[in-house]
Write a protein that binds this ligand. Structure first.
Ligand SMILES: *Cc1c(COP(=O)(O)O)cnc(C)c1O
Length: 408
């Protein structure tokens, strides 16, 4: 980041220019980012900010990681898109290495997280009809309250967030919602029609809610015993964030199907995938599912480079070690503006004393001090820096948080 920010419209002017032409489906913080490197972003006026959101974990390896940018550049110069009407020379390697990294057999490449979730739902239903023998159109899927699985009409149909749902019905039937972290409720909701249980191993958007130890192992035991699939949405929790490749590894659990996205695209292109055992993903036949862009060679090249970074274990290790710094720092703030927090690896939901402001207000104050975070809801903010952040940068951010919480 040596060259000065380009001359042109300033931040305030650009924000004003968006208002009449851009759909109002977001309420961004008033910062206009123009460039970035590693854990740092720079706005139009050249102000620098530590990125403690990391694109909701799409930037686990930081902005423009050299190995990922290099893989993308090399692929841009050779081949970018074929569609799946033809084979491309990057897809086999990507699928082999992603399957090996996640300890499974098969990969269904898609683009966005919501598409991976939709694809997982389709695979689970197909499995229920073809393998389990559920009568046609009767399959059910058990999901958790306060889930976040994306924004398509089917997915918001089983959300419990009224803002996400309201005004978008009618919704797809076949979903049963049970409280998160409640095995008895899940047990009661599963029956002979149940294709799958679909949950986040840690609920990110809900405020980084970590279930009790034993919950994920319990879901695995329950789904195996009752003859339905365990589908884990690791789109935000996976790929290093929690100190493991997958968050389910915390309980040594192997789901039947894992949904990946966000960091799989290295912060460069949208890449998602459904990964799972051959007995499950093998139910799909030609023509039954697809995507024009899914598995494109550029995505496969970047995705392969992401898998290569994770194969070293370095990022998982960093997340675990720096997670200790994060946890200790947050623990020292409890009673000093923080009323509670939940953290695993480099991922934390921090409940700020509501008397000090909403999560949004705290985020705005942190922004003015050069730290970018995002509230989840109420007075909860989420911290999820790139896994490349240093201990000093993290300590600095925690110091700024303390300043913001104790000086107001
Ligand atoms: C972000 C997210 C999704 C949706 O991903 P998109 O790429 O935004 O469609 C699904 N599940 C979880 C857990 C997520 O965090």
């Amino acid at each position: 980041m040596t060259a000065p920010a380009r001359a042109g419209r300033g931040s305030e002017e650009l924000i004003r220019a968006e208002e009449p032409v851009l759909a109002h489906n977001y309420h961004p913080l008033p910062v206009v980012v123009a460039r970035a490197e590693g854990a740092w972003v720079e706005d139009v006026e050249g102000r620098r900010y530590l990125d403690m959101l990391a694109g909701y974990s799409a930037l686990n390896f930081g902005h423009r990681h050299p190995a990922l940018i290099d893989a993308a550049h090399r692929q841009l110069d050779r081949l970018t898109l074929t569609s799946r009407a033809f084979h491309n020379d990057r897809l086999a390697g990507f699928a082999e290495r992603l399957a090996a990294l996640t300890g499974t057999d098969m990969v269904l490449p898609m683009n966005t997280g919501a598409e991976a979730v939709e694809s997982g739902i389709k695979v689970a239903r197909k499995w229920a009809y073809d393998v389990k023998g559920v009568p046609a159109d009767r399959a059910t899927i058990v999901v958790a309250a306060d889930n976040f699985h994306g924004r398509t009409t089917t997915i918001v149909g089983f959300s419990t967030d009224e803002t996400a749902r309201s005004g978008f019905g009618p919704f797809t039937p076949g979903f049963r919602i049970v409280p998160y972290n409640d095995l008895a409720a899940m047990e009661a909701a599963v029956d002979e029609t149940t294709a799958a249980v679909l949950i986040e191993p840690i609920q990110g958007e809900a405020g980084v809610l970590i279930p009790d130890d034993g919950y994920l192992a319990g879901v695995r035991e329950l789904t195996r015993r009752r003859g339905c699939l365990f589908v884990a949405d690791e789109i935000q929790s996976g790929l290093g964030r929690t100190g493991h490749t997958l968050a389910v590894e915390h309980e040594s659990v192997v789901p039947d199907v894992v949904l990946l996205g966000k960091a799989l695209g290295g912060g460069i292109v949208p890449v998602s995938a459904v990964v799972g055992r051959r007995e499950v993903l093998g139910v799909l036949r030609p023509g039954e599912h697809g995507s024009t862009f899914g598995g494109n060679p550029l995505a496969a090249a970047v995705g392969t480079a992401v898998v290569e970074l994770l194969e070293t274990g370095e990022f998982q290790r960093r997340a675990a070690e720096l997670g200790g710094v994060l946890r200790e720092g947050l623990a020292s703030l409890v009673g000093k503006g923080v009323v509670g927090f939940r953290a695993r690896g480099l991922w934390a939901g921090v409940d700020v004393d509501p008397a000090l402001g909403t999560g949004r207000e705290v985020s705005e104050r942190l922004m003015r001090e050069g730290i970018l975070v995002k509230d989840t809801h109420g007075s909860t903010i989420r911290l999820a820096p790139p896994l490349t952040v240093t201990a000093d940068e993290l300590a600095g951010a925690l110091g700024t948080l303390e300043k913001v919480l104790t000086s107001s």
